[in-house]
Design a protein around this ligand. Structure first.
Ligand code: SF4
Length: 426
């Protein structure tokens, strides 16, 4: 455990007025972030969140878990985990709260965790303390008999939900009508779909069916090169920022990256603009990373001359341009670990991860660019009460909150994931 107050403790202190500071959303301190009082779906901090009609709904947690003290919940989690032994693997995402991470067997990004699940074929159950699309990916990549469990079904990802399968299919229909399907003289088809890992299994399957591929924030450039070898242009979803930042670094002019607005004809673009496009960007974003600004970077530089500013590529383009470096969560973690001399880092990614890095590397001065406490509010919905509940049900022989991807979807999603694994840097 860290010697800094956890994000959860900081939020409680702010709300009780015992600490200066603010949160990005006052509702973070309300009951729903502890427990869902009514069956519901948990949107993130953004008002623009789209709630998919087929989103899973979380039922109310049994009273004994809602009323248990923190200490009792942790004890019950430890006891259930010890009883289950190798039968269960608990995965914790970098953005997960410390109260959960302390019980995780693995800590990582979504793809590292899916691979960790794959490395444990002996585990009957994989408890994924992340968000819905991550649990889906783990189900796609894990063994047939393994059960993937998401402790709170309300833990969705607001970015993933911004691109639903129907809207992307409609976009594809319009693009196919506009471009046709004939390859050019180099054998490149008119457009290749590329989905970020942060998307539903249905969209990964869409890419698998239509000659497309999945990318992560670590391999987005390699994947875009793969796509440009096979296509004249790319349809990139759901995160406009990762698409734009990566393509721009590869030399694609910003003018050739139109934004696609889901409900407008031709996504709100002219046919000429789409013919000239190299990357068509879906209008999705991460509510956490879009909060970072150039002003925050300027302030950090003024206060800490020599500060190293590292941001995640889900941040807006002007923020990435103003930073010293940018990269995935894994890149950020390694950059801090590799710094031998005491340094100051201003980091543009989720607060739980930044707090943890600060606690693990006390010789450095590490802080989050965003001065308010803004966790990934969907992941934050996994309170220890849910973890205790799913583990104790497993001990009792019952699987609750299982995430399953239909095999017809999983087969095509696997095709897109395997293309990603086979794509090699040039
Ligand atoms: S940080 Fe943003 S993209 Fe990542 S899971 Fe949370 S809402 Fe989704």
């Amino acid at each position: 455990m860290t010697n800094l107050a956890s994000v959860n403790e900081r939020i409680q202190l702010i709300v009780k007025g015992a600490s200066a500071g603010s949160t990005c959303s006052p509702s973070l301190a309300d009951g729903p972030w502890g427990f869902d009082t009514t069956p519901g779906y948990g949107p993130g901090a953004s008002n623009e969140d789209h709630i998919p009609s087929d989103a899973p709904r979380q039922g109310q947690l049994p009273q004994e878990y809602r009323e248990a003290s923190d200490a009792e919940l942790h004890e019950r989690i430890r006891a259930a985990k010890a009883t289950l032994g190798d039968r269960v693997v608990i995965l914790g995402h970098f953005y997960q709260r410390d109260e959960i991470v302390q019980h995780a067997d693995y800590l990582g990004d979504s793809f590292q965790l899916a691979n960790a699940a794959k490395a444990h074929p002996e585990a009957e159950a994989i408890v994924f303390c992340g968000v819905h699309f991550m649990a889906e990916t783990a189900d796609i990549l894990s063994g047939e008999d393994q059960k993937v469990i998401l402790p709170n079904l309300a833990a969705g990802c607001s970015m993933a939900d911004m691109a639903d399968a129907d809207s992307v299919e409609e976009c594809w229909r319009q693009l196919t009508e506009l471009y046709g399907t004939e390859p050019d003289e180099h054998g490149r088809v008119p457009v290749i779909p590329v989905t970020y890992m942060n998307s539903s299994a249905a969209l990964k399957a869409f890419c698998g069916r239509n000659g497309g591929i999945v990318c992560t924030s670590s391999n987005a450039e390699t994947v875009l090169r793969w796509a440009f070898e096979r296509g004249q242009r790319v349809l990139f979803f759901p995160d406009q920022h990762l698409g734009r930042n990566t393509a721009k670094a590869m030399g694609v002019p910003v003018e050739q990256m139109p934004l696609w607005w889901g409900r407008k004809p031709l996504g709100g673009n002219t046919a000429d603009a789409l013919h000239d496009a190299k990357v068509i960007l879906w209008n999705g974003f991460c509510s956490v990373h879009k909060r970072f600004t150039v002003g925050q970077i300027e302030k950090a530089r003024a206060e800490f001359p020599g500060v190293r500013v590292i941001v995640h590529p889900e941040s807006p383009m002007e923020v990435v341009d103003a930073s010293d470096e940018y990269g995935s969560t894994d890149y950020i973690r390694k950059a801090v670990e590799a710094a031998t001399e005491p340094s100051t880092f201003a980091i543009g990614t989720e607060i739980n991860m930044v707090q943890r890095l600060a606690a693990q590397h006390p010789k450095h001065n590490i802080f989050c660019l965003d001065p308010v406490v803004c966790p990934c509010s969907t992941m934050y919905r996994i309170h220890p009460g849910y973890l205790a509940w799913v583990l104790e049900r497993l001990v009792a022989g019952e699987v609750v909150n299982q995430i399953t991807v239909d095999e017809s979807v999983a087969t095509n999603a696997r095709v897109a994931l395997e293309r990603m694994l086979a794509a090699k840097p040039l």
